[in-house]
Design a binder for this molecule. Structure first.
Ligand code: GDG
Length: 468
């Protein structure tokens, strides 16, 4: 079995005893790396002022080498904040209005990808399989090919892929599209994303769809597929069950005085639809006086990317909005929204999911959304809560037992909240069971195995791709 080299912007470093950090992706990739041996390379998160950053920091854990590189301050500004988070992120989330193009940032993005290629090159052996993750590193395969590497290289995009009309508004879309054609396998979260990619490729003549999931471009053939990322379903279910009876979660429950709990958990990001969600909750409360004083909406929103102006502004907007709703609708003994603007511990999070009657997951656009899957896995099988899920989350392609909503439809989402709170136990169990059975099979291990199998299987031996 070939070694595996994983490259991602950041690397979730394991504990000193080798345990993977929390989070399904880290656990699944670490398991795949342990099985095959290999390297996980990425940015250390540190930046220096010098042009010549320190050598790669190598940490050995068993048969895995973790390799971290520093970047310069300019690199971080241009590659990470500038192009990845202010151009590719909004474009891939269909937000042309928020994309801020700058020649300097675009050049920085390609420069840092070349730098990553040179840094990882000495660690790559002839038969290694390379797996590159996410929008930060799209041009990496092209750089490695130019240096003469002929290894199998796969790419997985964790966020959505937009339709051609959106992508082509980006000045360097041609380089981005061409970058993807240098992989052997390009994986997306859903069939919709793959379909959008196919449209982009074929419309501008970057390549052709030649059937069975294969594409051709400038004499190269590569595969495209979709591989919906999962969570560690069984382990998370067990974890949530234990967590629900912990002292902290019991205290939280008491403080809510047995009110029905509605929970929302998202990084502070405009793609997550948090402001629309608060509007929907306000609409629900205003139109349903019977629920006044009987419900608490807990929104947990850790800060993220505060260096990007849109995120900083949003932090203020959400806080003001929650305050306004509480001011208008709250009473002396009832606070309709509890808003927490920082990260909370994973055990408390899992316990709260289990206590909640409703999980509100209403992004305007999302590659997958793992919160939706975690909420389902955390439920009590005898008395499960209801998931209210945006049809624009990748997870909606799989979680058919959720109440699917259009997050732009404020009243419609408010109605779904009311329906979720009053849904009978039998229907809740039936909806939950279907979703849970699916998540137990399509867990994160399945995702990892499916991608690596398609990347390593010879195209000639295998006609086309199984879609997973
Ligand atoms: C990208 C794509 C895709 C959140 N708050 C806290 C906390 N979290 C954890 C959740 C969940 C994770 O963070 C968020 O994952 P998502 O999938 O919801 O969203 P992104 O961060 O945007 O991830 C997304 C994903 O990549 C994987 O491919 O699904 O579409 O955008 O696990 O539980 N964890 C703790 N405290 C918090 O306050 N401990």
């Amino acid at each position: 079995m070939s070694r595996l080299v994983v490259i991602s912007n950041r690397v979730p470093m394991p504990e000193k005893n080798g345990t993977a950090p929390a989070g399904g992706l880290a656990v699944a990739l670490q398991a795949a790396l342990e099985e095959r041996g290999g390297v996980w390379m990425g940015w250390s998160g540190k930046s220096s002022g010098t042009r010549d950053p320190a050598p790669l920091a190598l940490t050995e854990r068993g048969n895995i080498t973790y390799a971290l590189t520093d970047l310069t301050k300019t690199d971080v500004e241009e590659y990470y904040h500038g192009f990845a988070n202010r151009v590719l992120w909004p474009i891939c989330h269909y937000r042309l209005d928020l994309a801020e193009y700058g020649r300097k940032e675009m050049a920085g993005y390609f420069r840092v990808n070349r730098f990553f290629a040179h840094r990882v090159a000495p660690l790559i052996q002839k038969d290694d399989i390379l797996w590159i993750h996410d929008y930060h590193l799209i041009p990496l395969a092209a750089e490695l090919r130019q240096m003469g590497f002929t290894n199998k290289i796969g790419f997985f995009l964790h966020i959505p892929w937009p339709p051609a009309d959106v992508l082509f508004a980006m000045p360097v879309h041609e380089e981005i599209m061409r970058g993807l054609t240098h992989y052997d396998l390009v994986g997306f979260q859903t069939d919709h994303d793959l379909e959008n990619f196919r449209g982009c490729l074929v419309r501008e003549g970057y390549g052709n769809a030649i059937g069975d999931g294969l594409f051709s471009s400038h004499g190269r053939t590569f595969k495209g597929g979709f591989y919906s990322i999962g969570i560690e379903t069984a382990a998370f279910a067990e974890f949530a069950k234990k967590a629900a009876s912990s002292v902290l979660v019991r205290k939280a429950r008491q403080s809510m005085e047995d009110r029905d709990l509605i929970i929302g958990v998202d990084r502070l990001d405009y793609s997550k639809g948090i402001t629309q969600r608060i509007d929907a909750y306000e609409s629900f409360v205003s139109r349903n006086p019977a629920h006044h004083g009987k419900v608490t909406y807990l929104q947990i929103t850790p800060k993220s990317r505060s260096e990007v102006p849109e995120y900083e502004a949003m932090q203020r907007t959400v806080a003001e909005q929650a305050g306004r709703v509480n001011g208008v609708l709250g009473t002396v003994d009832w606070v309709p929204i509890r808003y927490i603007n920082r990260s909370i511990g994973r055990p408390v999070l899992a316990g709260l999911y289990r206590l909640a009657k409703v999980g509100l997951v209403t992004p305007l656009r999302d590659g997958m959304n793992l919160v939706a899957k975690e909420f389902v896995a955390a439920q009590d099988p005898e008395d499960p809560g209801v998931l209210v899920l945006s049809r624009f989350a990748g997870a909606a392609r799989e979680l058919k037992g959720a109440l699917l909503v259009n997050p732009y439809d404020i009243e419609g989402t408010g109605n779904a909240i009311a329906r979720a709170l009053t849904m009978g136990q039998e229907e809740r169990i039936q909806r939950w069971r279907g979703m849970m059975d699916h998540l137990l099979v399509k867990d994160v291990q399945h995702w990892c195995d499916a991608f690596l199998e398609d990347l390593t299987t010879d195209q000639k031996k295998k006609r086309g791709l199984r879609q997973r």
